[in-house]
Design a binder for this molecule. Structure first.
Ligand SMILES: *[C@@H]1O[C@H](CO)[C@@H](O)[C@H](O)[C@H]1NC(C)=O
Ligand SMILES: *[C@@H]1O[C@H](CO)[C@@H](O)[C@H](O)[C@H]1NC(C)=O
Ligand SMILES: *[C@@H]1O[C@H](CO)[C@@H](O)[C@H](O)[C@H]1NC(C)=O
Ligand SMILES: *[C@@H]1O[C@H](CO)[C@@H](O)[C@H](O)[C@H]1NC(C)=O
Ligand SMILES: *[C@@H]1O[C@H](CO)[C@@H](O)[C@H](O)[C@H]1NC(C)=O
Length: 404
């Protein structure tokens, strides 16, 4: 196709012009198109179902320098949770939304074994997947501290099933920022849906001993404001150039954006046990700084990129707070739905209502993705290890309209 060739050349030339500070760089083309991966498509009925799992916390062990009382039997129980949810939901894609392992407790020589264990139920079912970094994935045992942090995400554990990539880097400025296209049919030229993944990095990477950028005072951390916003902007621009539109977006980032804290008190279906506190993005010395806003402002721009009144971001979903499993939107989040994953692992802390483990499901239907200038919608619910589902809502302009 001639247009395709011209556009690709154009993309490449635009791509090579950007410069980034401190040796940081980005993959400046539409990286999601050049992965050599199988094209992901909606099924014949126009459905694409995503299950997202968060906070598996594999590798915890009592004693031996570990700070958690959980053990290998908990890792096995986590695999049963995933197997159950996957068999009940039969998704087309699985997202691992961070804290795959408790990095403080695992050893460098076999850390990736825990990732293989996290992915095993998904791999056994031959389901494509990818992951986002959590703060504990970056954490390392003190005696193994490296300047660059752990960053143990395996980019390619199984070349044909894993879609994890890194368009922005290098570590520790944040890797694992990327997007994955999903097409209506195998012959579609433009994607119908984009899955975006961002690295909220860790409070551990730069603390104390290393030359990393993360000061001791940061409570947690946030998406790199120097590279990722320009990355999103550039990708958005290139998408519009190539496809004349920016497809609807499902976004995953481990640490919640600070707006989540503002939405937490609103009545929305799902658990509200943690009420996200300074553990959202952008806090220094327990004080909110707004340093996460360059990222958030690009999420708003992405939301507004196809419909002047917004709605192009179907949801931005986080883990981190095990006791939160709701979705909400209001004026405070600029109408953008913010969702929590809940807790899918037997590692990590448990809150009053999060004892029954779950994954969050997005049932995307082509017919809901908006025709013309109509806003897209997505159905989402929690799917539990006890074989039940709950908290189903349809995210779109009607959801929590009274707060918008
Ligand atoms: C990793 O190695 C440690 C000892 O160095 C061992 O205790 C642990 O069981 C190993 N984990 C796996 C998954 O093999
Ligand atoms: C955070 O607190 C530390 C220690 O009190 C102080 O040195 C530092 O300047 C503070 N950082 C910010 C950004 O407020
Ligand atoms: C399964 O667990 C969920 C979440 O705790 C709960 O709402 C539901 O009632 C449970 N269902 C069954 C059948 O036990
Ligand atoms: C954007 O979508 C909403 C919801 O479907 C619709 O009411 C509105 O008219 C659209 N905006 C524009 C500028 O067309
Ligand atoms: C959920 O369903 C599976 C498959 O039917 C079954 O093996 C399992 O025992 C069920 N779990 C619960 C808690 O009912």
């Amino acid at each position: 196709m001639k247009t395709a060739v011209v556009s690709t050349v154009l993309l490449a030339s635009i791509a090579s012009t950007s410069a980034f500070p401190l040796g940081r760089s980005i993959t400046n083309t539409l990286g999601g198109l050049f992965t050599g991966k199988n094209k992901l498509t909606f099924d014949a009925k126009g459905n694409f179902k995503v299950v997202s799992f968060s906070d598996m916390h594999m590798g915890e062990r009592p004693g031996d320098g570990s700070w958690a009382p959980w053990g290998p039997e908990h890792d096995a129980a986590t695999q049963v949770v995933h197997a159950t949810v996957l068999d009940n939901e039969k998704p087309n894609y699985v997202v691992f939304n961070g804290d795959m392992m408790t990095g403080e407790n695992v050893f460098k020589h076999n850390a990736t074994k825990y990732l293989d264990m996290v992915y095993a139920p998904t791999v056994a079912r031959n389901i494509p997947f990818s992951s986002a970094h959590g703060n504990h994935d970056n954490a390392v045992r003190p005696e193994q501290h490296q300047p660059s942090g752990g960053n143990r995400i395996r980019i390619n554990p199984l070349p044909h099933l894993s879609y994890t990539r890194s368009d922005v880097g290098p570590k520790p400025y944040g890797s694992g920022n990327y997007w994955v296209p999903v097409y209506a049919t195998p012959t579609s030229w433009a994607p119908a849906l984009i899955l975006w993944f961002f690295d909220s990095r860790s409070f551990v990477s730069g603390t104390g001993n290393g030359p990393g950028p993360i000061p001791q005072a940061a409570d947690y951390y946030w998406v790199d404001p120097d590279t990722v916003p320009s990355y999103i902007r550039a990708q958005r621009f290139l998408m519009k150039l190539l496809w004349w539109k920016v497809p609807p977006a499902l976004i995953f980032v481990h640490i919640p954006v600070q707006k989540a804290q503002i939405l937490a008190p609103l009545p929305s279906p799902g658990d509200h046990d943690d009420e996200p506190d300074p553990s959202t993005q952008g806090f220094y010395n327990n004080t909110y700084t707004g340093l996460d806003l360059p990222f958030w402002n690009e999420i708003i721009a992405l939301d507004r990129s196809s419909n002047a009144t917004g709605g192009n971001v179907l949801a931005i979903t986080s883990g981190h707070d095990h006791g939160e499993s709701w979705c909400a939107r209001s004026k405070e989040s600029s109408g953008i739905p913010i969702c929590f994953n809940g807790h899918s692992g037997y590692g990590g802390y448990v809150t009053a209502h999060s004892g029954v483990r779950n994954g969050r499901v997005f049932g995307v239907r082509l017919e809901d993705l908006g025709k013309g200038r109509e806003a897209p919608r997505v159905r989402t619910w929690n799917s539990y290890e006890n074989n039940s589902t709950n908290d189903e809502v349809v995210l779109g302009p009607e959801y929590m309209a009274e707060y918008n």
